[in-house]
Ligand binder design. Structure first.
Ligand code: SF4
Length: 211
């Protein structure tokens, strides 16, 4: 049975964390709200240059992985962090995980092997480096949900697989029309949800935002 659509104007509800939403929350968000998601930063490398990028200078452009704040040199570091926080899932981010797809696939497989199929994994990407082959590898490794913040073509490619596909973008001031256009594009491409993040102001994007 297909899930109910996200893009419906329904009652506005509030999460325990104070966010608002309509429709239903993606599974990745539900687990995150309960503090059950490990943040897996796969690499600081990214081909995009978004002015709103919140990645800090200590990680930006550097090909290093972290599980929460723990440096991951070996997959055991990742397992240790997941066990310590009693994670029931992970959110994979960067940088762009699609630029290190072999490493990402290795991590996803290891997590699923250790914690079981129900260990929920969602992944963030701009989509710039997406190819059908990379998406297929991620899907087959066990990624449950994928979120794009650009590149509607990549969104369309991703909807060919049976995982949850959505968008995630920052609440950029003065960009309401751009956001609306992206939402419409997402819906047309077959995505089922979009998160609009509270604007994250960090050392990495401070200069651009002040401008
Ligand atoms: S795609 Fe993500 S990591 Fe890359 S520059 Fe944009 S916000 Fe930063």
């Amino acid at each position: 049975m297909s899930p109910p659509p996200f893009f419906v104007m329904g009652k506005i509800k509030r999460t325990t964390g104070g966010s608002v939403f309509t429709g239903r929350l993606p599974e990745g968000c539900r687990k995150c709200l309960r503090g059950e998601k490990l943040v897996l930063f796969v690499t600081g490398v990214c081909k995009d240059n978004c002015y709103y990028c919140p990645v800090g200078f200590s990680r930006r452009g550097k090909d290093r992985a972290f599980a929460n704040e723990r440096r991951v040199v070996h997959v055991d570091d990742l397992m240790l962090e997941a066990k310590r926080m009693k994670a029931t899932g992970a959110g994979i981010t960067g940088g762009d995980p699609l630029l290190k797809v072999g490493r990402t696939v290795r991590f996803v497989r290891a997590l699923k092997r250790k914690f079981g199929k129900k260990f929920h994994i969602h992944l963030y990407t701009s989509g710039t480096a997406a190819t059908r082959g990379k998406l297929k590898r991620l899907y087959e490794a066990g990624v449950d949900e994928i979120r794009f913040h650009r590149n509607l073509k990549a969104v369309k490619m991703a909807t060919k697989f049976r995982w949850e596909v959505g968008g995630e973008i920052p609440a950029m001031p003065g960009k309401l029309n751009t956001i609306k256009k992206f939402l419409k594009g997402l819906e047309a491409a077959g995505a089922t949800f979009c998160n609009i993040n509270e604007l994250e102001f960090s050392e990495g994007n401070m200069t651009a935002f002040l401008k």
